[in-house]
Design a protein around this ligand. Structure first.
Ligand SMILES: [Zn+2]
Length: 88
C-alpha cells in the first residue's frame, strides 16, 4: 500500500524546521530525544530532510541494523506547530 501524500510531505520537510524528534525503540524500549543541537549537527553532516534523518536514526542500545529492520517509533515535532502536551 502506498503511503499517503501527507507522509511524503513530511519526508520532504527540512531537518532545520524540526523542533525536536522523539524516538522510541520498539525492540528494547529505549527512548531518546533529538534536540535542536542534534538536528543542527545532522544538518551540518549533510542530512537535508526528515526522510534522510529517519534513515540515519538508530537505537543506541540495539546492535546496528539496516533501516528496514529497525523498529523505531519516531515522532517529529515541528517548530511552526504548537507542541501538544495533552498526551504526556
Ligand atoms: Zn533498541
Amino acid at each position: 500500500m502506498m503511503l499517503g501524500g501527507a507522509q511524503s510531505d513530511i519526508g520532504n520537510r527540512l531537518v532545520v524546521e524540526l523542533f525536536n524528534v522523539h524516538i522510541v525503540c520498539d525492540d528494547c524500549g529505549h527512548s531518546r530525544t533529538l534536540y535542536l543541537s542534534n538536528l543542527r549537527k545532522a544538518a551540518e553532516l549533510g542530512v537535508q530532510n526528515y526522510r534522510e534523518l529517519c534513515r540515519k536514526i538508530r537505537c543506541g542500545e540495539c546492535p546496528p541494523m539496516p533501516p528496514h529492520a529497525r523498529n523505531l517509533s519516531i515522532t517529529p515535532y515541528w517548530r511552526c506547530e504548537p507542541i501538544d502536551q495533552t498526551l504526556a
